[in-house]
Design a protein around this ligand. Structure first.
Ligand code: DX5
Ligand code: ZN
Length: 214
């Protein structure tokens, strides 16, 4: 299980410290939530922050773009040193073109779907995708309740992975804790994003260990 702690729940005045804490405990990726106040009703951080984080960690920077017109900004995130760039299937963009652009720039490509988006809408794009991100909360805020219905879409992706795309990473994001993480693992997820469960935990070591060894 790949673990990608979401720094949305970390201390923004101490990102280097918080990232070192989670990577030293075994987290392989760092999840960076980029929000524009249009695609989602919240504003967070942009490419300059990714560029600064690149200097302080070797962990894979897993950038989740919750923005409209992601093609307009994708090069900023490529140049800032992102490793994985995920955008939303619901955003205004040409999906196959943008996936190909990310891959041509030697980055891992990711495609995210909101809880109410039908998984069949993205199956055709799997040849161009390294990571599918299944959102189990409405994007916009950390600390929301896990939506079980959304997680059940993982099963269809697991079947595709088994049949045709053995390297596909199935990532899930939103309301993940020990219990919901296990549900997603059982459905076939192999990458968990977690914000609150890790950074608001009284015992980060335990929380990370639990998610890594579900
Ligand atoms: C929500 C973000 C998530 C969020 C997860 O829009 O995409 O990555 O930070 O936070 P938790 O794990 O607290 O739901
Ligand atoms: Zn996210």
């Amino acid at each position: 299980m790949i673990l990608s702690p979401s720094i949305l729940s970390a201390d923004f005045a101490n990102l280097e410290r918080d990232i070192k804490t989670v990577t030293s405990l075994g987290a392989e990726w760092i999840h960076v939530d980029v929000m524009d106040g249009h695609f989602v009703p919240n504003i967070t951080i942009g490419a300059p922050v990714v560029k600064s984080l690149r200097k302080v960690t070797n962990a894979k920077l897993d950038v989740h773009l919750m923005i409209d017109n992601p093609d307009k900004y994708v090069d900023d995130f490529i140049n800032a040193g992102s490793d994985i760039i995920t955008f939303h299937a619901e955003a205004r963009t040409n999906i196959p073109n943008l996936l190909a652009h990310i891959k041509n720039n030697k980055k891992m490509s990711g495609l995210a779907i909101k809880p109410r988006t039908d998984v069949r809408q993205i199956i055709n794009f799997l040849t161009l995708v390294d990571v599918i991100l299944v959102m189990t909360v409405e994007p916009g805020f950390s600390g929301q309740r896990f939506m079980h219905m959304a997680a059940s879409k993982i099963q269809a992706l697991k079947a595709e992975k088994a049949a045709r795309y053995p390297n596909l990473i199935i990532q899930v994001d939103g309301g993940i804790n020990e219990e919901t993480g296990r549900i997603c693992r059982d459905y076939g997820a192999n990458c968990l994003v977690a914000g609150n469960y890790i950074f608001e935990s009284k015992n980060i070591t335990e929380s990370i260990k639990k998610l890594k060894n579900l």
